[in-house]
Design a protein around this ligand. Structure first.
Ligand SMILES: [Cu+2]
Length: 409
């Protein structure tokens, strides 16, 4: 073969390879499926498919537009017996919104609020993410899906400059409830500005039906001014590094799930809360005052714990919480690291209406003159010296007493 011809052949081969590479990049998840199923070696019997459901190449999957929801709404159950290619549109938007009464903050958001929209898919689905960064953004953004498997959770594939749109795919290999968050440096600042949300990957058989579902994500915020200081408050990097949060809130804002925005249920209903913790720093001691969690899917995984009072939700983690509401009233949702609840904003409400059940809990049955137990008689007088502590100045948090009484809701 002549030298010139050979050179031309080599050149065209490279061009061809490059083209194929680009085409195959978009189909990578499909290309990976077959080898996994076919790679059963004699010494690895556990690679056999776990279910009868066959892996379908991604280009043969039915295409579905994801139904996504802003908190506290939850997308409807998947209700499918087969995998799909689920298309999700995400847009990062930097947006000034109310943090608390009189306090504004320039949040960095997925789809315009904190948390970002909840995404619900089925184990085995392939998720195609069309990721846009709004032209008005000041910095690039991306997304790390904890529900995905692969370097950075998709961070590099979705790294997107303002005014650009990136697309990539990942396969939901494992069921569970997972955080997604921005992972552009400084990562803590992007998360600290509110860039997180939840993906629910339903197991193939689905989840048990419940009457009410809610989407809640806790987050901690760091502002130049202290809690409640009015005006537009910028992010404070020093406080963030010291983990000295000014605000700890559910769904991005003080009062996002309280008062007029309270979650609602009826006596006798079963409730499931999908609770995430965006952090960036603090671990949540998630608790609903006056309820016991019948079930907790610990850390959003398969392990189910029962009869739980408070459940830990790590920063960058989640939990699924189920309980039946037996009695009417206002049930206050808190981070039981309790100063966060009463002084930093981590307060929500589940308001339950319906028939009273005094056999479960009565109202106060009597209120009469002091009787005592006799225990005080033996105590050294003044040993404790403890007078009743003054009620904490809760005006800053705007909170009334969630335990009821005269100042109850
Ligand atoms: Cu970002």
């Amino acid at each position: 073969m002549k030298r010139q011809t050979l050179a031309a052949l080599i050149t065209s081969a490279f061009v061809l390879a490059a083209c194929n590479g680009q085409q195959q990049a978009a189909q990578k998840p499909a290309a990976q499926e077959t080898p996994v199923a076919a790679s059963s070696t004699p010494s690895a019997p556990d690679v056999a498919p776990q279910t009868a459901e066959a892996d379908v190449p991604v280009d043969q999957l039915p295409v579905i537009d994801a139904v996504v929801t802003h908190a506290p709404e939850v997308p409807p159950a998947v209700n499918r017996d087969h995998a799909a290619l689920v298309k999700v549109k995400m847009e990062t938007i930097e947006k000034t919104m109310k943090m608390a009464d009189g306090v504004d903050y320039t949040y960095w958001t997925f789809n315009g609020d904190v948390p970002g929209q909840m995404i619900r898919v089925r184990e085995g689905d392939t998720v195609e993410v069309e990721f846009s960064n709004n032209p008005n953004s000041t910095v690039p953004h991306n997304v790390d899906f904890h529900a995905s498997t692969g370097p950075g959770g998709g961070a590099a594939a979705t790294f997107t400059a303002p005014g650009r749109t990136s697309t990539f795919r990942w396969k939901a290999l494992q069921a569970g409830l997972y955080i997604y968050h921005c992972a552009v440096a400084p990562v803590g600042m992007h998360i600290g500005n509110g860039m997180y949300g939840l993906v629910l990957v339903e197991p193939k058989e689905g989840l048990p039906k419940v009457d009410k579902e809610f989407y809640i994500v806790q987050g901690d915020f760091y502002t130049k001014g202290k809690y409640g200081e009015p005006g537009l408050q910028p992010f404070d990097m020093d406080k963030a590094i010291r983990e000295d949060a000014d605000y700890v809130v559910f769904n991005g804002h003080v009062g996002a799930i309280a008062g007029d925005n309270a979650l609602k249920a009826k006596v006798g209903e079963t409730v499931r809360m999908y609770v995430g913790n965006g952090g960036p720093n603090l671990v949540s001691s998630f608790h609903v005052i006056g309820e016991i969690f019948d079930k907790v899917y610990v850390e959003g995984g398969k392990l189910i714990n029962e009869n739980v009072q408070s459940t830990l939700i790590p920063a960058g983690g989640a939990a699924m919480i189920e309980f039946k509401v037996d009695i009417p009233g206002s049930f206050t949702i808190v981070d039981h690291s309790i100063f966060r609840a009463f002084n930093k904003g981590a307060l929500g409400q589940l308001v339950v209406e319906g028939e009273d059940h005094p056999e479960v809990m009565t109202k106060k049955l009597s209120d009469e003159a002091y009787k005592g137990t006799g225990a005080a008689a033996g105590a050294a007088s003044g040993a404790s010296g403890a007078s009743a502590p003054a009620a904490p100045a809760s005006s800053a948090s705007g909170s009334s007493n969630p335990y009821g009484g005269e100042e109850g809701h």
